[in-house]
Design a protein around this ligand. Structure first.
Ligand SMILES: Cc1cc2nc3c(=O)[nH]c(=O)nc-3n(C[C@H](O)[C@H](O)[C@H](O)COP(=O)(O)O)c2cc1C
Length: 181
């Protein structure tokens, strides 16, 4: 694969694969946000859906999580993934829209509600809340604290490590170029 359009198509193909394949390294990228003080923060998330045509990704979260507060203030974020199998690093610049209600959220919640991960969104305690008694099983709530993050990919920075020479490229919405790795 040599041309930029082919590489960009392959990146989206791998992203789409990653959200269905538990063993794909890109299934669990790191999402970096900026907090209210302007300090960076990063955490692992699961890639839930990929829409290559719309250049959009979906991630789920507890609505009370710090990342959701960060994104409400500063919707720009970065998603970072490395695949040792592909030897590809991906750094995606995102603009994130938060869904805490509405149809897009309801349809996704209808699916999550029936899945084993439903408990992740039913805790009476917010993520990051101090636990005086240690990690005991928290009481479940009737009300779900489910949020969906719809991320528009603004820019892709792709790096391939190869013994014959590394390659790096940047893909914007309407342009692509090679970069010195
Ligand atoms: C493999 C793995 C997958 C995770 N997936 C998610 C996820 O999809 N959504 C999420 O909100 N947190 C996920 N987490 C937990 C986050 O990494 C993080 O600890 C939690 O969301 C709190 O982050 P925050 O306080 O920065 O919002 C995952 C953690 C691991 C280790």
């Amino acid at each position: 694969m040599t041309g930029l359009p082919a590489i960009e198509a392959a990146i989206w193909q791998q992203l789409a694969r990653a959200c269905h394949d538990r063993h794909h390294a890109w299934r669990t990228p790191a999402l970096a946000t900026v907090d209210a003080e302007g300090l960076p923060e990063a955490r692992t998330v699961v890639l839930r859906e990929v829409d290559a045509a719309q250049r959009r990704l979906w991630i789920y979260s507890d609505a009370r999580a710090a990342k959701v507060a960060h994104l409400a203030r500063q919707p720009q974020a970065v998603l970072l993934a490395w695949s040792p199998r592909l030897h590809w690093q991906l750094r995606l610049r995102l603009r994130v829209m938060l869904h805490t209600g509405g149809l897009a959220l309801a349809s996704r919640w209808a699916r999550v509600k029936l899945s084993p991960s439903v408990g992740d969104y039913l805790s009476a305690r917010a993520p990051g809340a101090p636990l005086d008694d240690g990690p005991t099983a928290p009481p479940a709530e009737e009300r779900a604290h489910f949020a969906a993050l719809e991320a528009e990919v603004l820019q892709i920075d792709w790096l391939e490590l190869h013994r014959d020479g590394h390659r790096r490229a940047r893909f914007d919405r309407h342009a692509a170029c090679w970069l010195q790795p």
